[in-house]
Design a protein around this ligand. Structure first.
Ligand SMILES: [Mg+2]
Length: 239
């Protein structure tokens, strides 16, 4: 059976989201300290990290929660809303300024988009937030606009193989004709494989680098460029 479509995960697959979020949080905390937050940067960052773990990366009140958890003396007499906004502004400015797709990913997508393969996204998160990444990273130039699947919008989580089957169905192919590339051994590889897709684990430096899943991926790569050889030798697609 031939390969007809490739679906990519976004975060820590097409770009290093863990790395960029870390840099942005650091700038946010520096900005809050510059506006009067009285605490050690490392302590504030550690507490912020804990807030993100407890409330999830899509929570909209990370900095409010952070200030609530720090000792009262840290905020002192400064209006906490000023500190929150200083953090929010720096976070977003840093993130969008530094947010770029890896050059190798750009080149690969460009080459893939000139083949007959249909290219899509299967990603966890809020639809608006993930679409903003697609646009800001310039991914929309390469992707099929009908094949952007976000958990929040579809109403299924990545742990559900039916989410992956749905993507293949919309593309008009069987799951065996679709490849999925992602960095999460359980939510990406296990689910996509259970749905019947050809699975590629992108073993990068993201949050899930040390996790292992229940199923063995069909292929493992350390950089997206390694897909070129797999496509060439296993599927007869030369880029
Ligand atoms: Mg990911």
């Amino acid at each position: 059976m031939s390969l007809r479509a490739i679906f990519f995960d976004i975060d820590d697959t097409l770009y290093s989201s863990t790395e960029f979020a870390g840099q942005a949080r650091e700038k946010a905390v520096e900005s809050m300290i510059a506006r009067g937050l009285c605490a050690e940067k490392e302590d504030v960052l550690a507490e912020l990290q804990q807030v993100v773990i407890e409330f999830g990366s899509n929570d909209s009140r990370h900095f409010d929660r952070l200030l609530n958890r720090l000792p009262q003396s840290a905020v002192g007499k400064v209006n906490p809303a000023l500190l929150v906004m200083a953090g929010v502004i720096s976070y977003h400015e840093t993130k969008w300024k530094k947010l770029t797709i890896r050059p190798e990913a750009h080149g690969l997508l460009e080459d893939l988009s000139s083949t007959d393969l249909r290219l899509g996204i299967i990603s966890a998160g809020l639809a608006g937030k993930q679409m903003e990444k697609v646009l800001r990273l310039g991914l929309d130039r390469f992707l099929d606009p009908q094949l952007l699947f976000i958990t929040d919008q579809v109403g299924m989580a990545k742990t559900n193989p039916a989410f992956y089957a749905h993507a293949a169905e919309v593309a008009g192919f069987s799951t065996e004709e679709a490849m999925h590339v992602g960095d999460h051994p359980l939510k990406d590889v296990d689910s996509a494989k259970r749905a019947g897709m050809i699975t590629v684990l992108h073993h990068g430096s993201g949050k899930y680098a040390d996790l292992s899943g229940g199923l063995e991926p069909d292929y493992k790569i350390n950089a997206l460029n390694e897909l070129r050889e797999i496509l060439n030798t296993k599927f007869g697609i030369s880029l």
